[in-house]
Each structure stands twice: as structure tokens, then as C-alpha cells.
Design a protein around this ligand. Structure first.
Ligand code: GTP
Length: 567
């Protein structure tokens, strides 16, 4: 099976360059031709030298034959004149050798002219030898006069002259041939020298071209390899970036899902530190939200350890809130927000307003490591702030809806539906813990008269003020509700009779101390009557407990109002 991991750049690096093979083949061919040239040329020189040798051999053979004939003639003359047989020694030696010399000349003869000349020399040489032999025989047989007559008739001289002429002519021709061959040899040697120089220069040139082409090819290959490496690095970087982006998206989706399950922005304290370090690796920071006031942003979550983030930040303290967009302050430069003064060294501070539907809901403050990833961190911080704004806006919406469904709008106290649930829940809890629980019914005294005298609006002012007294006067674990109309009720978990009496008495006193105005009109003092019922002494379920509290309230009314009675 083929691997799919091969990079395009790798394929390029592996590709053989066919042009190089062709170049190498052509260079080899040229170099071979250049190498063969001197060989061919030296063959021609060798042939010329061989021809010169042959010419020299021939000249030598002709000279030698002429010398032999002269020796024979000299010996014959000496003997004819003196009759002394010792003079025949050169004659005998020469005549013994002359047949071989003639055969050698016949063997060396080349071409029809030379062969014809050689045949004529052969013929005259044999005639000359016969004439010499004849004169010697006459001398030996008939004495000097007979032999001298033969010599004197000039036939032998004519043979010898003809032989000299033929041999001289042949030797002259050979001498001309030798000159011609010498000239040719000199030309060939000059030609060889020039050829050698040309071959050397051409070889050097070809080697230079080959080196240049190979170098260029290697450089191109190196560049292609560099390009391939760069492409591979870019692809790896892209893969890393896209993996980081998809991881970020997945974590963001998880964070939004977690935020969607929250009912209170306070819960962000636990949720955000679980996600923000993953979204901004190596960072530290805080998330601020506008809560009860628009004057300050309250810190709801922090993560990481770098830097200190104050509990409250005013909008004037943050440049991003002033500009309405992300503000970046590097480690050594930039306009640093006062709330980021304790920034960690080597870190860049990013402040990003959390804006949803044009409204600033909060602030994301992140301290990220300064470096090549800072730019991508800025992009990520912007995206995170948008998601946080969306999540926070949803939490706020749910809080509003929850408040609207459980809280009475006029008094700010929990409504009747919430009360029913809360009482049932607290009764279960009291039963499980074996702890006391008190229910306190409250009814404003002569409230009808207040309405009738000062108007319904004045009655609402009173109800709102009493609601505030109750909200602020009970413990966080207590539940203060508007039971209906001007009737209010408290559930006091883990509270015995003494505690319930003390709480009710404090509230009664606080209500009586209210000084309320309707416009310019000072409203009369407001009082309320309280009826307390204890679980389980006065009832072990919600209905009987409420009836007992109602009976105690009735007793308080009956006894003159503005008082607390127990069941
Ligand atoms: N302004 C205002 N009045 C309300 C509201 N709910 C109930 N009331 C009035 O509260 C009055 C209740 O009066 P009553 O229960 O008859 O008794 P009271 O005048 O308080 O006298 P005692 O309870 O015997 O002291 C009625 O006049 C209701 O109209 C409300 O939301 N706003």
C-alpha cells in the first residue's frame, strides 16, 4: 500500500533531471571523439614514417646494388689488367650478393613505373655480369689482349652507364619522395600539436560547462529542497493553527454549555477558571461584570497566578472601557491600565470589553506571555470576550426571568409560589437535621384606613418600605415573602421560639420606626402585628403550621395590634 504522507516537495526532490543525463551523454561522446583524434592523427604520422622507412630502404638497396656492380667491375678490371686471381675477390663477393640484391629490389618495387625500371635494372645488371664473366674467362683462357678487346669495345661501359642512369634516376625519385614524406610528416606533427591544444581547450571548456550545469542543477535542487521544507513547515504550522483553533472552538462550546446551565453570575467563579486557561494557554487574568451598580465592575472570576486583579474596577480605570475596544499593553510599552499596574514581567496585558447587543456587560482582563503567539492570543481574547458576553447576557436574562417568576415586584420579597416551595423544602431540611423552624405571619395594622385616607399609591409606598425592612432585617438563610395583599410571611430555618420572638420584635420595631412620605405628605406611623408558629410544636406540616401562625396573628390583632404573639 502506498503512503499518503509524501509531501509534494519530497516528490520534487526525488525527481531525476533527464536533461542532466542527456548532457552527460553528449559530453562523454565529445570527450571520446577528442580522445580519438590524436590516435587517428598519430596513425597518419605512423603511416608516413613507415613510407619514409620504405623509401630509405629502397634507396639503400639501389645504392647497395650499384656498389656491388662497381665492386664486381673493379675486381674484373684488376684481374684483366694483372692476371692476378687475387684481384677477383671483390668480383666474387659482389657477384655472389648481386642476385639477392636484385631480388630485394624486386620485392621493394612498388607501382608499374618502378617495377618497369626495376626490370630494366635487373636486365642490365645481368648483361653486365655476363659481360664481366665473359672478359674474365677470356683473360683466363686467351690472355690480356682478348680480354682487353672485350673491355675496349665499350659494351660493358654502356651497361654500367645505363645502370648508373637508371639507379640514379630511381634514387633521385626516392629522394623527392622522401622530401615529400618528410614535409607530410612535419605537417602531420604540426597538425597533431594544434589538435592536441584544441582538444585540451575543448575538454577544459566542456568540463567547465559541465561543472556549471551541474552546479546550477545542484543549486536548483537545493532551492527546491528549501522550498519543499518551507512548504512542509508552513503546512505543519497551518495544521497546528487549525488544530488549536478547533480545540479552542470545542472548549468555547463547552464553556458556553456550562454557562448556559448557570442561574447566577456568581457561579462563574467556579466555571470560568476551568476553561479560560485552556483558551489562553500560559495566561492569567480575571473577568469583571457590572452587578448592582454601573459605577463599578465586580470581579467574578480569576485564573492563573500572574499579576494581581483588584475586586472592583471603575470604568474610568480601564482604557478598553474608555475606548470601547480591546486595549493591549506590552511588557515595556503601551498605555497601561491602572488596574493592571502589577502586570507580570514578560507578559502583555489584554483588556477586552464584553459587549452584547451594544451594551457593555463586563471586562475580560488577560495577561498573556509576550512573543510570537501574542497576536493569535489577541484574536482569541476578542472571540472569548464575545462568547463570555453572550453567556453572561443569557445568565442575566435567566436571572431576570427567575426573579420575575419568584419575586414580588412591589415589595422585592419572594412571592406566594416561591414561599410554598421554600416552606416545603425547609420543612424537609428541618426534619432531616432535627432542627427548629419558625413561621411568622405579619399583617399591617389598619392598612385599609391608610389606603382609604391617603390613597392606594401611599399604601404601595408603605408596602415597599416594609418589604425593604424585611429583606434587610432577616438572615440570608431566612425567607421573607409577600403572602398576599398586605399579609407577609417569614420562614426562619434553624430558629427556636426565642430567636423567632427576637427577630419578629426587631422587625416590628423597625417598621414602627419608619417615617414615610407620599409627596409632601408625611404618612402616619405604620405598625404591624406578628404571629409565630413553631415546627413541630404547633404543627408538623405546612398547612397546620400556617394555620397556627395565622391564629397567633389573629391573637396579636385582638390584643391591640403592633405586637408579636406565639401560637
Ligand atoms: N395599597 C395597597 N393596598 C392593598 C394591597 N393589597 C391589599 N391592600 C389593601 O389592604 C387592605 C386590607 O385591609 P383589611 O384586611 O380589611 O384590614 P386592615 O385594614 O389592615 O385592618 P386590620 O388588619 O384588622 O388591622 C385592603 O383595603 C386592601 O385593599 C396592595 O397591594 N396595595
Amino acid at each position: 500500500m502506498q503512503s499518503n504522507d509524501t509531501q509534494p516537495g519530497d516528490r520534487r526532490a526525488d525527481t531525476r533531471d533527464p536533461g542532466l543525463y542527456w548532457l552527460a551523454a553528449v559530453i562523454l561522446l565529445i570527450v571520446a571523439c577528442l580522445a580519438a583524434l590524436p590516435f587517428v592523427s598519430s596513425r597518419a604520422a605512423d603511416a608516413t614514417i613507415a613510407a619514409l622507412t620504405t623509401v630509405s630502404d629502397k634507396a639503400h638497396a639501389y645504392d647497395h646494388l650499384l656498389d656491388l656492380l662497381k665492386d664486381a667491375e673493379t675486381g674484373q678490371r684488376g684481374y684483366v689488367i694483372t692476371g692476378d686471381a687475387s684481384f677477383l675477390a671483390p668480383y666474387d663477393a659482389a657477384t655472389a650478393e648481386i642476385p639477392d640484391a636484385l631480388r630485394r629490389l624486386a620485392a621493394l618495387a612498388d607501382g608499374p613505373d618502378e617495377r618497369a625500371t626495376q626490370a630494366e635494372i635487373d636486365r642490365y645488371a645481368r648483361l653486365k655480369l655476363d659481360e664481366l664473366a665473359k672478359s674474365i674467362a677470356l683473360r683466363r683462357a686467351d690472355g690480356l689482349p682478348a680480354a682487353a678487346a672485350v673491355v675496349a669495345n665499350g659494351t660493358g661501359k654502356a651497361y654500367m652507364d645505363r645502370l648508373r642512369a637508371l639507379i640514379g634516376e630511381r634514387v633521385d625519385t626516392l629522394e623527392r619522395d622522401r622530401h615529400t614524406l618528410r614535409d607530410r610528416l612535419a605537417t602531420t606533427l604540426r597538425y597533431n600539436t594544434v589538435l592536441g591544444i584544441v582538444a585540451s581547450v575543448a575538454s577544459a571548456l566542456i568540463i567547465g560547462i559541465a561543472l556549471y550545469v551541474v552546479r546550477r542543477s545542484l543549486r536548483e535542487r537545493a532551492q527546491a529542497a528549501d522550498l519543499a521544507q518551507q512548504q512542509a513547515r508552513d503546512q505543519a504550522e497551518q495544521a497546528r493553527t487549525s488544530q488549536a483553533r478547533s480545540q479552542r472552538l470545542a472548549v468555547t462550546a463547552e464553556m458556553l454549555q456550562a454557562m448556559d446551565s448557570l442561574t447566577d453570575a456568581d457561579e462563574l467563579r467556579d466555571v470560568l477558571p476551568a476553561f479560560l486557561p485552556k483558551l489562553l494557554p500560559g495566561s492569567a487574568g480575571a473577568v469583571y461584570l457590572y452587578r448592582n451598580s454601573r459605577d463599578f465592575l465586580q470581579r467574578v472570576a480569576t485564573w492563573g497566578s500572574a499579576g494581581h486583579h483588584p475586586d472592583l474596577v471603575s470604568p474610568a480605570q480601564c482604557w478598553s472601557l474608555r475606548f470601547g475596544r480591546m486595549h493591549v499593553a506590552g511588557p515595556d510599552d503601551g498605555l497601561r491600565c491602572p488596574h493592571c499596574r502589577d502586570g507580570a514581567p514578560g507578559h502583555t496585558d489584554l483588556c477586552v470589553p464584553m459587549i452584547s447587543q451594544g451594551e457593555v456587560l463586563g471586562l475580560l482582563v488577560a495577561s498573556v506571555p509576550a512573543g510570537p503567539d501574542a497576536a493569535s492570543d489577541e484574536g482569541a481574547a476578542n472571540a472569548i470576550s464575545e462568547q463570555l458576553a453572550l453567556g453572561t447576557s443569557n445568565i442575566n436574562l435567566r436571572e431576570v426571568l427567575r426573579r420575575q417568576s419568584t419575586v414580588d415586584e412591589l415589595t422585592g420579597l419572594y412571592n406566594r409560589r416561591y414561599f410554598d416551595e421554600a416552606l416545603r423544602r425547609e420543612l424537609f431540611r428541618a426534619e432531616r437535621r432535627r432542627a427548629a423552624l419558625a413561621v411568622v405571619m405579619i399583617d399591617l395594622d389598619h392598612f385599609k384606613r391608610m389606603n382609604d385616607t391617603y390613597g392606594h399609591e401611599a399604601g404601595d409606598i408603605v408596602l415597599r418600605a416594609v418589604g425593604q425592612v424585611l429583606r434587610e432585617g432577616v438572615r440570608r438563610s431566612d425567607v421573607a415573602c409577600r403572602y398576599g395583599g398586605e399579609e407577609l410571611v417569614l420562614v426562619l430555618p434553624e430558629c427556636d421560639t426565642t430567636g423567632a420572638l427576637r427577630s419578629a420584635e426587631a422587625l416590628r420595631t423597625a417598621i414602627a420606626a419608619l417615617e414615610l412620605h407620599h409627596g409632601d405628605t408625611l404618612l402616619p406611623d405604620v405598625t404591624a402585628s406578628f404571629g409565630i408558629a413553631m415546627w413541630p410544636a404547633n404543627g408538623d406540616d405546612a398547612a397546620t403550621l400556617l394555620q397556627a401562625a395565622d391564629r397567633a396573628l389573629y391573637a396579636a390583632k385582638h390584643e391591640g395590634r403592633n405586637r408579636v404573639c406565639t401560637a
